[in-house]
Design a protein around this ligand. Sequence first.
Ligand code: ADP
Length: 485
Amino acid sequence: LKSLLSRSELLCEQAYVAGEWVDAKSGATFDVTNPARGDVIAKVPDLSREETAQAIAAAEDAQRDWAARPAKERASLLRKWFDLTMANQEDLAIIMTAEQGKPLSEARGEVSYGASFIEWFAEEAKRIYGETIPGHMADKRITVIRQPVGVAAGITPWNFPNAMISRKAAPALAAGCSFIIKPSELTPLSALAMAKLAEEAGLPKGLFSVITSSSSSDIGKEFCENPKVRKLTFTGSTQVGRILLAQAADQVMKCSMELGGNAPFIVFDDADLDAAVEGAIACKFRNNGQTCVCANRIYVQSGVYDAFAEKFKAAVEKLTVGDGMDEGTNLGPLIEPKAVDKVQKHLEDALSKGAEILTGGKPHDLGGQFFEPTIVAQATQDMLVSTDETFGPFAPLFRFEDEDDVIRMANDTIFGLASYFYAKDISRVTKVAEALEYGIVGANTGIISTEVAPFGGVKQSGLGREGSRHGIEEYLEMKYICTSV
Ligand code: ADP
């Protein structure tokens, strides 16, 4: 892997704690493997709670000075981090594909998407405005200021090894917080490369640490139990989100949670079918179906069901499965064997309840963690895929007759992250967008992620928003000052 990089030092096999590159005190390491080939590409330190506490203590010290700096100074350091990220985009993408499996073109896209949050929040750092409120008595003046929460800790998943971190680190640092990240144990190398560039950009020692560890629950406990930590930000499964929220309750810690989804994708009779197919491909198969905003259930109205199914099948059959490093690959491997099991389980469950395979339907001939992109027809609400997120290349088509029915089915889930629909009638577009109980609605588009908009879920898909001017609020506290004159 090193030989593929223009700057081999971006492949780091030490953790970044309190401004130092370190091994674990215990000497323990864990392996990072390439999901396309199964070979070990690096070993990183397996850190413990003790080292996490050390990072937290340093973060507390560094934060005071950081928060006291003029916003413009924080902004300019973040801007440097953004510039360095973009200057090293290709290396960061190669490291990501090697540890995560996504096609190199998607990895490049993720690096620039991730960097866009650093750029955006570098700019927002200067716009953390307060408020003055007319006093309630003749001698009273009321001012509201917004101050950083303090030490913020984050836990992120493996599906976007770079962007899930920058979406949290950038607003935290812009707000004047310090930040400690525990990346997924499956993809720590992207996080370490980001730290290397943050260090080069001149971020003060201790302000940003990366805790690599295979014992995520221990690190999660340290984050929740250490009184120096004032904010927890998590992206991952709803199941782990619930555990962390319960743990964080003891300290009444400020939390933001980006959890699971089960996105409906609805195609109405009046939709532009070619656009709907293009949107469905983009949002079902990006990252091989492993995103929390991937379409999980595709509802197609009766009048266009057959036509849509045919066009969608033709488009899926053009997708190339392979090693993400190979030019022309559209779908890489799944992240780990248990992800393949889950796709298979959803497929078998659907088939046992009457679904029919339109294309795909089995592990790919390449073996390992590769799976054929699969479409099934005649899906129904009693199938597992209706309640559970597949996180893989499995696209079930549901037939529906009328608008009220499909809205009811689309909303019949504990999740509420992303949703999509295609229709032309303007009053339908407005009504459906309002009726979907989701934090994000794509109306005639399958691609909704951008740093300028608030990303987040309702119901059990999460708390809080990332991106946009709202994203920085998660790292700020409001203080009301009442002055008697
Ligand atoms: P995914 O299904 O995306 O792997 P998880 O919720 O299992 O989602 O993992 C997301 C992140 O949460 C990873 O960094 C993982 O190490 C971490 N994690 C998993 N279990 C716990 C836990 N009990 N406490 C803290 N972090 C955890």
